[in-house]
Write a new protein. Structure first.
Length: 902
C-alpha cells in the first residue's frame, strides 16, 4: 500500500546544535543546487563508535548522549556526493562509547530528565519512562546497529574496536592530567595488546570479521562496506610517565607512554587488515574497502600531552580546549574534514547506488477493524495482499508490511471479546505471512457504532519503522472512530501528532468517511477513499500504492537542536523525485502551517527568536505535480544542546551528555569546581626517555708468547678494542671460560697474565665478557694465545782469504742461516745473517750453498759497511746437526765458515 504525498523519511544524521568549544567548526561546503534528477540515490549507513558518531565535530543531534554530529566526516562526505549529482542520505547509528557488541544487541545509553512526558523515540531510539510526573526520568536504549543495514543500503561506513580495547581508559590513564600514571597506563596498554593479539573467537579480529560477514549477508551484492582506521593518539614525541617515591625521593617506575601507545596504533591497523581478509575469504568476495590512512595522515597533528604544551596544528580536540571530556582526543572539525578527504581521495563515489526510479523503500501497515460487519473487507484485503506485494517488489528497493487489528475498548462495550488493538503481524517482506495474518482475523464484537480506531493507529505508529523509507498506514473500517476514545483518551489531534513525529507516517482511510478519521488523514497527507464492497477495497488499495510509488521522497533528518538567537541549518539533501521532476523546498520551522521560506536548494538556515519544542516540517514539491512532507523534532533552548532548560545542568553552555564529574548537578562546562583535576597525582611526573643502555661489544683478541714464558698484558688489555653505543661507559672484564693449556689471572681493568703449561706449544684460548657500569653485559669474546717454541740462537765464524782477507766471528744478531738436511745430509745452506763481532764491527753475510754431486758449490757474499766481497768456490761440508763446517776454494783463494746453532 502506498503512502500519499507525505511519504517521508528522515536522514539519520545528527542534530544542528554547535558544541561550545574554542575552535570554531570548519566550514561545511554549502549544498549545491539540487540536481533536477540525480542519477543515483545513495543510502549510507554509518555505524560504530565515537570516531564515527562525531565526537568533537559539534552540531550534535539527539540522542545527545551519543554525540552524533550533523557536521561529522560522513556528513561532509555526503555533501561532496551531493555536489556530484547524488541524492545521498546518511543514517547515523554510531554512538559515543560504542563497542562491537552494540552492533548485535540493544545498548542502554542511560537516563536523562525531561520536562513532562518522555519524548517519542526517533531513528533508533527506544524511549521508556523510568519515573513519570511533571519532570520525568527517561531511559534511552538504542536498537542493534545491524538493523540499520538492509537491502536498501548502498554503502556502510564505520570505525569500530577502539572502545573494545578501552580507548577511553588509555587516553585518561596515559595522557590526561590528574588521571595519568605509569603503572595504570602500562596496565591499560597491556590489556589492549592482549585483546588485539587474541586470535580466538573473542579476539578483536574475529569479532570484526563476524560483523563484516553479517553486513555482507544483509546487503545487496553490489553494496559496499568501508572500514576506516584510527589516527595515532599521540605524536612522535618524547613522553615518559614516571613515578617518584615520596619517602625515598627516587624514581621507582617509568613508562614510555607515547612509544607504547603508538605501537598499539600500528597493531590496530594490522588487526583490521586480518579481519577484512578473513571476512572476504569466508564470503568469497572483495566487498570491503579498507582506509587506514588516518594513522599516517594525522602525523604532526596529534595531541601533545607534554606538560604545558598543546599542538597548534592539532586535528584533535585536546584536553581542556573543550569542557566536554567525552570529546577529548577525538577529531576536531578540521580532523573530520581530513577524514572526509580520506574518503573522497581513496573511495570517491565508489558505492554503486540505486537508480532513483527504484530507490524508494516502503514500510506499510494495514490497520483492520475486526468488528462484526467487516468480514467482506477482511477477505478483500487478504485477497489483495499478493498483488500488493508484487507491485511493491517491482517498484521499490525493498518493502515491509505489518498487520494491526482493533475492535473497541472492552471496558466501554462490556464485551470481553473486544480489544482496543493488537499487533497481528510485525513488519515482514513475506507476503504469505501477511496473507495468513489477515486471514486469521475474524469479524466479531463491536457493541456500538464508533470503534477504537485510534488505539489501532497508536499501535501501528509505535512499530519500529525503518529510517529512510516511506511510511504508509491504511485503515480499513466501516465505522467512525471514538473521538475522544474511551479509556485511552486518544483524539484525532493526538494521532496526527504521533504520526507526524515519525517523519510522518501517512494515514489513509478506506471505507468510512467519518470526520475524525478524515481529520487524521488530512493532517498526515493521506487519502480517504469510500468503499462499499470488496472490489472498492481492492481499487482503493491499488490507488494508494500507486500514489505512494509516484510521490517524491522527502528527507529532513532525524532531529535537530538549536539555540535561541543562533542560526540552525535544516537539510533536505536526501530528497528526490522518482519521476525525475525538479524539486523546490518549503520550510515551516515551527509547523504552524505557515511557510517560513521556499528554496530551490535543499537547505534552509533559520534563527529562532524564542524557545521552541516541536516539529520542523519540510514539504518538497516537484514539477511532476506531486509533493511529499518530512518532519523532524527540534528543541530550541538557551544553549542549543537538546536538553530542556529546566532540567539542564548547565542551561547557558552546551553540555549534550550532561557531563558532571563531581556529581553536584552542575555540569562540567559551567562548574568552576567541576572536579576535573588540573595537576597530576602525587608522585606522577612527566619526563623524557633516557637513552637506552646498549650492551657493550667484546671484540676477539690475539696474543703470542713462547714455550715456558708467561704472557703479561697491561690494562686496558682485552678491553682495549671493545666498543659500546653509549659514549663514556666504563668497562669491566670477567672470565667466561678458562684456558685449557695454562693458567689465567684476568683483572677487571682488562689486564691479565697467562702462563702456559711447561713444554706446551700450540694455540690456547679463553673467553671473557665485558660489562658496563649499568650492568649490561656483552656476549663472550675469544682471546687466542699462540705459544711458539723458544727461538734458537746462532754463532757464526767466517774466514775469507786472498787480497780482501776477512775474518768475522760473533753472534747472529739479525736474520738467520738455514741448514736444510735430507737423511742427515746437508743439501742446502741459505739465508742472510748479521754478525756483530767483539770489536763492535757488523758484517752482513749471505749464504747460497747447494750440494753438487759429492761436493758443494758455494757463493758467500760479505757486506762490510759499503764494501761488498763475493766468494765463490767448491768444497765440502761437515755437519753433526748442531755445528756445520764448510771449506771451499777457488784458483785464487779459499774461504770457509763455522755455524753453531744453540
Amino acid at each position: 500500500m502506498a503512502f500519499l504525498a507525505a511519504a517521508l523519511s528522515l536522514t539519520e544524521t545528527g542534530a544542528a546544535v554547535a558544541e561550545t568549544q574554542r575552535r570554531a567548526p570548519a566550514a561545511v561546503p554549502a549544498l549545491q543546487a539540487a540536481a533536477a534528477s540525480p542519477e543515483k540515490r545513495l543510502s549510507i549507513a554509518l555505524v560504530g563508535d565515537s570516531f564515527s558518531a562525531g565526537n568533537g565535530a559539534g552540531n550534535y543531534e539527539n540522542p545527545t548522549l551519543c554525540y552524533r554530529s550533523r557536521t561529522n566526516w560522513s556528513m561532509r562526505y555526503r555533501d561532496w556526493l551531493h555536489g556530484r549529482g547524488y541524492a545521498a542520505e546518511v543514517f547515523n547509528r554510531a554512538c559515543s562509547g560504542g563497542v562491537m557488541k552494540d552492533y548485535w544487541t540493544q545498548r542502554d545509553v542511560g537516563n536523562l530528565p525531561e520536562v513532562g512526558r518522555c519524548h517519542s523515540g526517533t531513528g533508533d531510539e527506544i524511549i521508556t519512562t523510568v519515573v513519570g510526573g511533571p519532570t520525568s526520568l527517561c531511559n534511552t536504549k538504542l536498537r542493534p546497529q545491524k538493523e540499520s543495514i538492509t537491502k536498501t543500503t548502498d554503502l556502510v561506513l564505520f570505525t569500530f574496536g577502539g572502545n573494545d580495547v578501552r580507548f577511553k581508559n588509555i587516553v585518561e590513564e596515559c595522557f590526561i592530567v590528574g588521571d595519568r600514571d605509569p603503572g595504570d597506563c602500562r596496565a591499560r596498554v597491556k590489556y589492549a595488546n592482549e585483546r588485539l593479539d587474541d586470535t580466538g573467537s573473542d579476539g578483536m579480529a574475529a569479532q570484526l570479521k563476524d560483523i563484516l560477514v553479517d553486513m555482507r549477508r544483509r546487503l545487496r551484492p553490489d553494496a559496499k562496506v568501508v572500514v576506516l582506521g584510527y589516527p595515532q593518539l599521540v605524536g612522535d614525541v618524547d613522553f615518559v610517565l614516571k613515578f617518584r617515591n615520596k619517602l625515598t625521593g627516587k624514581i621507582t617506575d617509568t613508562y614510555d607512554a607515547a612509544k607504547k601507545v603508538r605501537e598499539l596504533g600500528v597493531k590496530g591497523r594490522t588487526v583490521q587488515e586480518k579481519a577484512i581478509a578473513a571476512a572476504e575469504t569466508e564470503v568469497g568476495s572483495d566487498f570491503v574497502t579498507h582506509l587506514p590512512q588516518a594513522l599516517d595522515r594525522f602525523a604532526g597533528h596529534e595531541p601533545d600531552p607534554r606538560a604545558g604544551l598543546k599542538n597548534p596544528n592539532s586535528w584533535f580536540v585536546e584536553p581542556f580546549q573543550a569542557a566536554h571530556p567525552l570529546t577529548w582526543y577525538h577529531p576536531n572539525p578540521e580532523g573530520h574534514e581530513q577524514y572526509k578527504n580520506i574518503l573522497t581521495a581513496n573511495f570517491g563515489a565508489g558505492a554503486t547506488g540505486t537508480p532513483v526510479e527504484t530507490a524508494q523503500a516502503l514500510d506499510l501497515i494495514f490497520v483492520v477493524d475486526t468488528t462484526g460487519s467487516m468480514g467482506g473487507t477482511i477477505d478483500a484485503v487478504k485477497n489483495r495482499v499478493n498483488a500488493v506485494a508484487d507491485r511493491l517488489a517491482a517498484g521499490t528497493s525493498s518493502y515491509r508490511i505489518a498487520v494491526v487489528s482493533y475492535r473497541d475498548q472492552p471496558g466501554h462495550t462490556g464485551d470481553p471479546s473486544d480489544y482496543p488493538s493488537r499487533l497481528d503481524q510485525e513488519f515482514t517482506a513475506d507476503a504469505a505471512a501477511v496473507k495468513a495474518a489477515v486471514g486469521n482475523l475474524s469479524a466479531d464484537g463491536g457493541g456500538d457504532y464508533p470503534e477504537s480506531a485510534f488505539s489501532g493507529l497508536d499501535t501501528a505508529i509505535k512499530q519500529p519503522w525503518r529510517s529512510g523509507v516511506k511510511k504508509q498506514v491504511i485503515v480499513f473500517t466501516d465505522a467512525p472512530a471514538h473521538n475522544p476514545e474511551p479509556v485511552s483518551g486518544l483524539t484525532a489531534a493526538d494521532i496526527v501528532a504521533k504520526a507526524l513525529a515519525v517523519d510522518p507516517a501517512v494515514v489513509n482511510v478506506v471505507g468510512n468517511t467519518d470526520a475524525a478519521l478524515a481529520e487524521v488523514a488530512a493532517g498526515t497527507g493521506g487519502k480517504v477513499l469510500a468503499a462499499v464492497d470488496g472490489e472498492d477495497v481492492s481499487t482503493a488499495i491499488d490507488e494508494i500504492v500507486e500514489t505512494s510509488l509516484a510521490t517524491p521522497y522527502a528527507s529532513i533528518g532525524d532531529s535537530y537542536n538549536a539555540a535561541v538567537g543562533k542560526p540552525v541549518r535544516f537539510d533536505g539533501a536526501g530528497s528526490f523525485d522518482p519521476a525525475g521532476g525538479t524539486l523546490t523546498y518549503v520550510w515551516d520551522a515551527d509547523s504552524d502551517g505557515t511557510p517560513d521560506a521556499t528554496t530551490s536548494t535543499p537547505s534552509y538556515t533559520h534563527t529562532y527568536a524564542a524557545p521552541y519544542e516541536g516539529l520542523v516540517t519540510m514539504t518538497v514539491k516537484s514539477t511532476s505535480g506531486k509533493s511529499a512532507v518530512a518532519t523532524a523534532p527540534i528543541i530550541v533552548d538557551r544553549d542549543g544542546d537538546g536538553v530542556q532548560d529546566p532540567v539542564d545542568n548547565c542551561p547557558d553552555i552546551a553540555n549534550p551528555a550532561q557531563e558532571d564529574r563531581d556529581g553536584d548537578k552542575t555540569g562540567n562546562v559551567c562548574d568552576p569546581t567541576s572536579g576535573i583535576p588540573a595537576v597530576d597525582k602525587e608522585g606522577v611526573e612527566v619526563g623524557t626517555s633516557e637513552p637506552e643502555n646498549a650492551a657493550p661489544v667484546a671484540v676477539p683478541d690475539a696474543f703470542t708468547t713462547e714455550t715456558g714464558t708467561a704472557l703479561s698484558v697491561p690494562a686496558p688489555g682485552v678491553l682495549a678494542n671493545d666498543t659500546d653505543a653509549n659514549a663514556g661507559d666504563v668497562f669491566t672484564a670477567k672470565v667466561a671460560t678458562a684456558p685449557r693449556n695454562g693458567t689465567l689471572a684476568l683483572a677487571a681493568d682488562g689486564s691479565f697474565t697467562y702462563t702456559p703449561t711447561a713444554r706446551f706449544t700450540g694455540t690456547d684460548t679463553f673467553t671473557y665478557t665485558t660489562a658496563d657500569q649499568a650492568g649490561a653485559t656483552s656476549p663472550p669474546a675469544t682471546v687466542t694465545v699462540t705459544v711458539a717454541p723458544q727461538a734458537t740462537k746462532q754463532r757464526l765464524v767466517f774466514v775469507g782469504g786472498g787480497r780482501d782477507c776477512l775474518l768475522v766471528s760473533g753472534d747472529v744478531t739479525a736474520g738467520r742461516v738455514a741448514v736444510t738436511r735430507t737423511k742427515n745430509t746437508v743439501t742446502k745452506v741459505a739465508g742472510t745473517a748479521t754478525v756483530r763481532a767483539r770489536s763492535g764491527k757488523t758484517v752482513e753475510l749471505t749464504f747460497d750453498i747447494v750440494k753438487d754431486g759429492r761436493s758443494y758449490t758455494a757463493t758467500i757474499r760479505a757486506k762490510d759497511g759499503r764494501k761488498v766481497i763475493t766468494h765463490r768456490g767448491k768444497g765440502t761440508i761437515h755437519d753433526n746437526g748442531k755445528i756445520t763446517i764448510g771449506q771451499f776454494g777457488s784458483r785464487r783463494t779459499g774461504f770457509g765458515f763455522v755455524l753453531k746453532t744453540k
